[in-house]
Design a protein around this ligand. Sequence first.
Ligand code: SAH
Length: 477
Amino acid sequence: MKSFPIFLRVDAKPPLVVGGGDLAGIKARLLLKRAALVEVAAESLGDELSRLEADGKVRAIAPNPGIAELRGRPLVVSATEDDAEDTRISAMARAFGVPVNVPDRPELCSFVLPAIVDRGEVTVAIGTEGAAPVLAQRLRAFLERELHPRLGSLAKLAGEFRERVASSLPEGPGRRKLWERIFDGEAASAALAGDEIAARRLIGEAIDRAASDETQAPGRVVLVGAGPGDPELLTLKAVRALKAADVVLYDGLVGKAVLDYARREAELIPVGKSKGAHSVAQAEINRLLVLHARAGKTVVRLKGGDPFIFGRGGEELDALRAAGIESEVVPGITAGVAAAASVQIPLTHREHAHSVTFVSGHAAASDRPDFDGIDLAALAKGGNTLVLYMGVSTSGTVAEQLLAAGWAPHTPVLAVENASRDDERRVRADLAQLAADPASLGLESPAVLFFGEVAGLAVSGTVDEVLARSELRLAHG
Ligand code: SAH
């Protein structure tokens, strides 16, 4: 079965239910969630239908309807519980192009009734192409719990203001942003709390404010940390920023699964930087951020991990401030923290490590590790964890420098490649081996390397043991 979801209008001509029993009653009641009146063709009406008739919601017509009774209906439900009659109604309706449903007889249906979550103006219809009705019911139960009971009132209230918004603001990002502000802000909270008077006032004020701002239409830039790759490691704020963005400038390390959270209409611009061309690319990125924000756009600058950990977030903020552009920063889970969680090694531990230091394997515009001002000798005294970023190609040099600074040759090293992604890989070595033969780790970018006692603790999952003559003091993993 292949069905396309639509919402049918039932306010022009009443839908028709054929049959007068309990099943017909249930279907009539369902249709009455939206239709003001349902016509029922039956010999006699059961209890429920009689009650609905007394309330003026059901009008009885003669049984065994013909073409004249079906024509022009938005839909017909045949629930006579008489196989021959249901089949006749179905054939007739389909011949004349009237949508028809016969409960539990998919072959007689031209449409199916979805599982429905009803919040007045807001309706969620769930379908599984008939494959998993129980799953649909569970989804329904989930949404029933999640969707605020007054969501419909909020939508209705918004509907009342549509014309006023249309006459105050031209179509485009400004108008959408206004609605987002309304739905995310105090106006919505008031409506959901049942305070319609306050909600109306707040919506009115938001419209006036937006209309007077519209002339300058200031854009803004949100620096968003996308985490290490697994979209489940995005923050709720990051998802919300992505959904609100007109333009998304994203790094090479940001995966497609994360970008899928952007709006369909958003402009997605890859600005993945290649090493060696940093400064030019960064200036260009800064220029693009300013350009799009000045055009009144909401810009998301999406960066792997956290924007402020080896992410040049500080430089971008400087450029935005210099240009007078409003900015916001949404933190992300940095690669080192994600990798530690994935392998389940603690970065600090009361017995093994009382500090953690994030270092870079590449100083700005050079191929050397960036250890300026870091007291490697002090960290060598033990009980410290070093986390190396951008260190795949310099890891051997890093190990040599650590040895020279007095780090023990048997200090455990654990590398995690593609942390949190499907192709995550872990390699264990010690400092001496890494210095002697870095290629033996077979590392590819992106990877983080942990140095220190915690890197020798048991890990969750498998590790490629590079170190044959394992001297790891703490290794049990
Ligand atoms: N701002 C980012 C770091 C950017 S620098 C963050 O907070 O994570 C790029 C480096 O991050 C890579 O060279 C690598 O060391 C590390 N990295 C990024 N994603 C990674 C991942 N999924 N697995 C392992 N390391 C990763």
